[in-house]
Design a protein around this ligand. Structure first.
Ligand SMILES: Nc1ncnc2c1ncn2[C@@H]1O[C@H](COP(=O)(O)OP(=O)(O)O)[C@@H](O)[C@H]1O
Ligand SMILES: [Mg+2]
Length: 528
């Protein structure tokens, strides 16, 4: 007997599903895309356990007739294309007819749908098998309930991450669909708690709602046209992130990963933001569908341009033109000189970092040894006093849970915290929704700070505010055991000079030990 055999259809289906449906966020993406393709004006997404337990997507789009609904669950059944030519000019999100059957083959799926002039129908499919079918009363539109994703693929299920991680991926998937469709109402909740509420808005309002209002004067509008190409969106002026999370590139409203565009952004921003960071950019390239192939990857996250050179040149020149016009950022330019030691007034010269905790600096009259944490703490403290913290909007609002009495205390300090760049709203009795945080703090550090502020003793307000400032400074300062790049050492010293060379940290400990040249000479018994 030969060894080559045809696989049973269920197994084929499972393998195919694995390509399209990787994790819960893939289900969210596919179902919301279907809703958008069906012309929905409002889309509701409800998740449990980060989508691992259940995902529900409801829309008010055109719905399906009972016959279509059954067909839609079959592989390669689609209403979006019919001929080979259609494949060359795709403007819908879907066209492969793979999503619904794939999801259905690896979950317990209920599809309820109703189209104008037809009865509503409810179908239940478990592991790809249609188990029940009945007519139901329903408003026009479609709801899909996906329970226990990968219940029949334990190997896949094992690879799912924690609830928080899966939830974040689902939010991100929705954000990528919501940005280019501001006219559609999106709603997302997790275990009954609302996380995103995006009413119809202008494209700009949608972006500000998602990424924070304080971005408004830091964005440059992109709106350019060349031949058959159009580029729309916004790019940040002085905004940067440690990763590519602030970069969204769309081709005809479809979010795609494009290495070429990343490279272009890197290049046009190279002098404007610190090395190793990424800018904020939302770019939607509109082009005739026949000039781009979206059928490259099962999840359609990659595209191929018919004339890549033309596209890249257009994008690059557009962005360069925009950024060139604006005033450029001072600080990072001034640090780019060759010989760093001559940067500082007062003729200071950085010798280096000792034990990743001390900074050694040569001064005209001797040696300065700084405690890097204490120095940084002092600088942040003084900046905070003058309300000079830069604030970075979070890519999506973050919910922090705290005890009720802590929340109450924090809310009484809201005004002050906002002046320090921490923007939030109360979000039910036991949580806060963070929108923007000081740029020198990590999300985890902000959470710790909030816990500590929540536990501050009742007392004189002034003293509390002082405590909070110190808390921000201490959490945000570089640690004692941390490598500091040369540029950062210089920036710290520069600010130290501007502050009039203070000698103690906010807690009153020394931040600096000065050894004069005279002391050095005396120690080595050299004549001075
Ligand atoms: N939410 C929905 N509203 C209306 N029709 C839908 C919806 N979801 C799926 N369909 C129909 O089911 C078909 C199959 O969906 P899917 O498997 O995602 O494939 P594709 O989107 O690639 O066509 C779609 O072509 C569409 O006709
Ligand atoms: Mg689809």
């Amino acid at each position: 007997m030969g060894k080559v055999r045809l696989l049973p259809p269920e197994l084929v289906a499972k393998i195919a599903a694995g390509e399209v449906i990787e994790r819960p966020f893939s289900v969210v993406k596919e179902l919301v895309e279907n809703a958008l393709d069906a012309g929905a004006k409002k889309i509701t997404v409800q998740l449990e356990e980060g989508g691992k337990r259940s995902i529900m997507v409801r829309d008010d789009g055109e719905g399906m007739s009972p016959e279509d609904a059954e067909l839609a669950l079959m592989h390669h059944a689609t209403s979006k294309i019919q001929t080979e030519e259609d494949l060359e000019k795709i403007l819908t999100y879907g066209f492969r007819g793979e999503a619904l059957p794939s999801i259905a083959s690896v979950s317990k799926l209920t599809l309820i749908t109703k189209a104008q002039g037809y009865e509503g129908i409810s179908l239940y499919v478990e592991g790809g098998k249609l188990l029940s079918k009945r007519t139901v009363g329903a408003p026009r539109g479609t709801s899909v309930f996906v329970k226990e994703l990968f219940f029949n693929l334990p190997a896949r299920r094992k690879f799912l991450k924690g609830t928080k991680t899966e939830l974040e991926a689902c939010i991100e998937a929705l954000v990528r669909l919501a940005i280019p469709k501001p006219q559609v109402f999106f709603e997302l909740s997790h275990e009954g708690k609302g996380l995103l509420l995006l009413p119809p808005a202008s494209a700009k309002e949608r972006v500000l709602l998602l990424f924070g209002k304080d971005l408004e004067d830091k964005l440059l509008e992109v709106n350019a046209e060349r031949g058959s190409l159009r580029l729309e969106g916004w790019i940040g002026k002085e905004l940067y992130w440690g990763n590519t999370r602030g970069i969204y590139f769309f081709v005809n409203d479809r979010y795609v990963r494009e290495k070429g565009v990343l490279q272009i952004l890197n290049e046009v921003y190279s002098d404007l933001i610190p090395r190793g960071t990424y800018p904020f950019a939302i770019l939607n390239l509109k082009m005739p569908p026949e000039e781009v192939d979206v059928n490259v990857h099962p999840t359609k996250m990659e595209v191929r341009f018919l004339e890549p050179e033309k596209v890249y040149t257009f994008i690059k020149e557009t962005l360069k033109g925009l950024l060139g016009k604006g005033e450029s950022v001072g600080l990072f330019e001034s640090l780019k000189t060759e010989n760093l030691s001559f940067q500082l007034e007062g003729n200071l010269k950085v010798i280096g970092q000792l034990k990743e905790g001390f900074l050694l600096v040569e001064a005209p009259n001797g040696l300065l040894i700084f405690d890097q944490h204490a120095l940084n703490e002092k600088i942040l403290y003084e900046r905070g006093k003058k309300k000079r913290f830069e604030s970075n909007p979070l890519l999506f609002p973050l919910v922090v849970e705290l005890e009720e009495d802590k929340i109450k205390r924090i809310l009484t300090l809201k005004g002050f915290l906002e002046e320090l760049g921490l923007q939030f709203e109360s979000f039910g009795p036991k949580s806060l929704c963070l929108r923007s945080i000081p740029s020198f703090l990590k999300v985890e550090e902000v959470k710790e700070i909030l816990h500590q502020i929540g536990s501050l003793q009742e007392g004189i307000l002034e003293m509390k505010l002082e405590e909070i400032l110190k808390l921000f400074a201490c959490k945000g300062a570089r640690k004692f055991n941390e490598f500091l790049p040369q540029e950062e050492i210089l920036a710290l010293l520069k600010e130290w000079e501007e502050l009039g060379r203070p000698k103690t940290c906010p807690h009153g400990r020394p931040l600096l030990w000065e050894i004069s040249e005279r002391e050095l000479l005396r120690y080595f018994r050299r004549p001075s």
